[in-house]
Design a protein around this ligand. Sequence first.
Ligand code: DP6
Length: 325
Amino acid sequence: MKATAKAHTNIALIKYWGKRNESLILPMNNSLSLTLDGFYTTTSVEFREHLLEDHFLLNDHVVAGDEYYRVTRFLDLIRDFSSKPNLYAEVNSINKVPTAAGFASSASGFAALAAAATKALDLSVSNQELSRLTRQGSGSACRSIYGGFVEWEQGKQDDGSDSHAVQVAPANHWDVRVAAVVLSSKMKKVSSRDGMKRTVDTSPFYTSWVETIPNDLDQIKQGITDRDFEKVGRIAESNCLKMHATTLGAEPPFTYWHDTTLAVMHMVRDLRASGVPAYFTIDAGPNVKVLYLPENEETVQNTLRDVPGVTDVILSRSGQGVTYI
Ligand code: DP6
C-alpha cells in the first residue's frame, strides 16, 4: 500500500480565476497551461493499518495547521473512492518548487499526491478520473496530470463529472521555454483562493473578463497548433493583464504586483522592441514568468537577471505529466 509519484507544476497562459462551485472546485471558465519541467513535487504515500491519523512531511518537516487539513481532506476523498475508508497514510513530499520565493506548489503537490495515493490503494483510475480528483485538491493542479499544453474543461455538470483537464499538445510538440523570474522571498498576502473569491464577489470587471475567454482560447489553441510564438505570447500576456485588472476593481481592491514586477514587465516589452520575442505572464503573486524561444535563451536570461530587484531567473522547458517512480 505504498506508491511514489512525481508531478510538475504548470503555468496558465489562459487563467483560471473564479469558481462557480467552491466545494467541488468548479471554475467559471476553461483555462490553458504549459506544464514546466523545472518545478516539481515527488510524493510517497503509504497507507498503514495501525495509524490513527494522516502524517504529512514536506521537505522533511512535519506539516500542521491549514496545509495539513487540506491534505487530509483530500485524502478523505480518495479514501471514499476506495474500499478502505478507515486507513490513514504517511505522506512524504519533496518540493522542487521555490515556495519561499512565492512560487505556488499546490499544482504539482496535489497532482503528485492524487497519483501516489490512488496508486497506493491500487485504484484503477484513468488520467481523466485522476484529473477530476486532483481538481478537488486545487483547481490548477488538475492540469498537471498531463504534460505539454493542457486545457482544463470547466464542464457543464453540477457534480463536476465533466470538469477535468485534457492534453492539447504534448511536450515535444514545440520547444517553448519559460524563465521564472524570482523577485521576492515574501509570502503572498492574498492567496489565489481568497483573491479569486473576492474578485468574483465584488469586482465589476469580472463579467467582462469571463466573456473574453472563449475567443482567447480559440486563438491560443490555433497558435499552439501552428507553433505561432507571437500569437501565443500576445494572447497569454493580454489574458494575464485582464485577469490582474479584475483585482483592481475588487472590494477591497488588491494587486499582486510589486514595483519589480512592473520593472520586469517593462523589460520584456523592451526585449520585444529590440527584436527578441518574449512575453510575460503572472499568477497570484509578484513573480513573473517569461515565455521565450530556445535561440533567445541567453539574451532573455541575462536581460532579466540585470533588472534591479530580481534575485534569480530559473529556466524551464515544457514538462511531462504525472509519472510513477
Ligand atoms: C492565478 O488553483 O491555486 O494561478 O483552486 O482555489 O486551489 P484553488 O486555486 P489555484 O488558483 C490558480 C490561479 C492562477 C491561475 C491559474 O493557474 O490558472
